[in-house]
Design a protein around this ligand. Structure first.
Ligand SMILES: N[C@@H](CCC(=O)N[C@@H](CS)C(=O)NCC(=O)O)C(=O)O
Length: 214
């Protein structure tokens, strides 16, 4: 049994094992060797912020720490990095200072957000058959085509002396999640699949495989 002090020192991650934004943070936690407890949000239709670690946006992930709660994947990853020792060399979104790399990060995060909207519309029963839904699907396939076409130069342009980049972690979580949730067939994205196969060899990826929490 952990003592009360250890409990405070050990952050609590609020999320779901089937969520791509949550997986980003779990991969970071593993790479940073940060121990944490995991609290599953059972009902994504809940409108109580307390169910989401206090996040008024009613979204996961959130990280509760002795310093306060951190909302959203990027904030959580940054806090996990600050807690790590030694601190790995991480390439963050603000380090991507040319259009190709910066746009790749934007499109990965937007594709993840669009996927969330499509899945949530499906859960709410307001899915197929309306113009906005069709536009979201078109935008998602456009973004994935752009990422497939540009994957090679994007990955080659990342700073070589890195242990990890937020871009690669998010790209991995996006592509593997599209497949896991059956949102879009991904077999034709050979560059992206090649990247995922290589990235998946990290222990942080094999230890955080998507699954539905029971
Ligand atoms: N900006 C947030 C987005 C998080 C997000 O959209 N999470 C999804 C799960 S992967 C969610 O909470 N969906 C619930 C909803 O859309 O109501 C982040 O970067 O973490």
């Amino acid at each position: 049994m952990p003592t009360a002090l250890e409990e405070l020192a050990r952050p609590v991650l609020i999320g779901r094992s089937s969520s791509h934004f949550t997986r980003i943070t779990r991969i970071f936690a593993a790479e940073m060797r940060i121990d944490y407890s995991f609290r599953v949000v059972r009902d994504l239709m809940s409108s109580d912020p307390e169910d989401y670690g206090g996040n008024p946006a009613l979204r996961i992930p959130a990280l509760q720490t002795s310093r306060g709660a951190w909302f959203g994947a990027l904030n959580v990853c940054r806090e996990l990095w600050r807690r790590s020792s030694p601190r790995p060399r991480v390439v963050w979104p603000e380090d991507l200072d040319e259009p190709l790399l910066a746009n790749a990060q934007e499109l990965v995060l937007q594709a993840m957000a669009t996927e969330v909207s499509l899945i949530m519309a499906g859960l709410a029963g307001t899915g197929d058959g309306n113009a906005h839904h069709a536009k979201m699907r078109k935008a998602l396939t456009n973004m994935m085509s752009w990422l497939e076409e540009n994957a090679r130069p994007v990955l080659a342009a990342l700073p070589p002396h890195r242990d990890l980049s937020f871009l690669e972690v998010t790209l991995f979580c996006l592509v593997t999640h599209l497949e896991f949730r059956g949102v879009l067939p991904t077999a034709s994205y050979s560059e992206l699949n090649g990247f995922c196969q290589q990235f998946a060899t990290r222990a942080s990826c094999s230890g955080t495989a998507y699954r539905f929490d029971t």
